[in-house]
Design a protein around this ligand. Structure first.
Ligand SMILES: *Cc1c(COP(=O)(O)O)cnc(C)c1O
Length: 353
């Protein structure tokens, strides 16, 4: 604690990201990165951008990238906002669209960055308990609120909320913005983007970090009614005019256009996820049905923290959250088939099966 700190800094509880270990040859299944690597076309576009041009500022509005996102999703560029990772997009969403007099609502088990933004911006929030099966029950959100936000599929559970339930929320809360954080939607769920045309209170947030394997490039975006996008742009231009550098704009634009690489790698992840879920079920785990690139599972006879530790001793890292209701679960990122094989083999040893 420093006497030079501003008052708000003393009150912050920052987000703690999953470990990025320095040790080589670990099987890293803890931060939901994509094991297949980015599109080669994206890498080439990034390399081509490394030139004397770096003396020039990038396009502050990344129009080229917005166009590629608009083309992919069948919307127009005034419906698209881009940012330095979807975490930055979300930060602007909290200030621009969720900071009102009433508390905002999100699930009790969800992305742990949401309460951090509430703390940063002084936004009151109420958490709504998921069902015992970790489902979002939209009827529980029927109360006065300044906005609603949740990931779909939810993190860290991997459970999907069907589009008809999202539509019910949008209809029941016409005076609130409903933010659907679709970080993992490409691994099997239906995106809410097609609803944007009919619901001016819907904002969909996506990232290139997971399904497009560009976590290191830091690009995320939001799609919604132009009025919502304008609010985000006003905040962005009061914060940083150039959140995306030239490499990020070039790489992300090429990645959005490379449908072949995207399709092939996401199908591979989906296949491996379903195989891993089946294998873990066979070893006695209870696996929450996942439409994400991770699975959330517990073993009725084995403590999750102990399992995490034993896996680590075998050079496999997975995520464990010491939080109410989920402290007996492990969140395991779906790796390549070889990585999933190592995990299942290690679990077989640990469990003595
Ligand atoms: C990974 C993740 C993000 C952030 O992604 P970035 O674009 O890398 O900042 C946002 N929301 C959820 C639910 C995530 O899991």
């Amino acid at each position: 604690m420093s006497r030079y700190w501003s008052e708000v800094v003393h009150t912050l509880t920052p987000y703690v990201p999953g470990e990025q270990p320095k040790i080589a040859d670990l099987t890293k299944l803890n931060t939901n990165e994509n094991p297949y690597g980015p599109s080669p076309l994206a890498l080439a576009a990034i390399q081509a951008e490394v030139s004397d041009n770096l003396k020039l500022y990038p396009d502050p509005n990344a129009e080229r990238l917005k166009q590629a996102i608009a083309d992919y999703h069948g919307v127009s560029t005034p419906q698209v906002f881009v940012g330095n990772g979807s975490d930055e997009v979300l930060a602007h969403v909290f200030l621009a669209l969720l900071k009102h007099d009433r508390p905002i609502l999100f699930p009790d088990i969800t992305y742990s960055f949401y309460p951090v933004y509430c703390g940063l911006y002084g936004i009151a929030h109420e958490t709504i308990a998921l069902s015992d099966a970790f489902e979002i029950r939209t009827e529980d959100y029927r109360r006065p609120n300044g906005g609603i936000i949740f990931p779909n599929p939810n993190a860290p559970t991997g459970r999907l909320l069907p589009l008809q339930s999202i539509e019910a929320l949008l209809n029941e809360h016409p005076d609130s913005v409903v933010v659907v954080d679709e970080a993992y939607i490409d691994f099997g769920g239906d995106s809410a983007v097609p609803l944007v045309a009919r619901y001016p209170n819907l904002l969909v947030v996506q990232t290139l970090s997971k399904s497009r394997s560009l976590a290191g490039l830091r690009v995320g975006f939001a799609i919604g009614h132009p009025d919502l996008i304008q609010a985000l742009t006003r905040v962005k231009d009061s914060f940083n005019s150039y959140p995306l550098d030239r490499m990020a704009i070039a790489g992300a634009t090429a990645a959005m256009a490379d449908r072949e690489h995207f399709e092939r790698t996401r199908q591979a992840v989906i296949r491996s996820r379903d195989e891993l879920s089946a294998a873990m079920t066979q070893h006695g785990f209870e696996v929450i049905p996942s439409t994400a690139n991770f699975i959330f599972a517990r073993h009725p006879q084995h403590d999750a923290a102990a399992l995490q530790k034993q896996l680590r001793e075998r050079r496999i890292i997975v995520r464990h959250f010491a939080l109410p209701r989920i402290d007996q679960y492990l969140r395991i990122t779906v790796g390549t088939d070889a990585q999933c094989g190592l995990l299942v083999e290690a679990l077989r040893e640990i469990l003595g099966d």
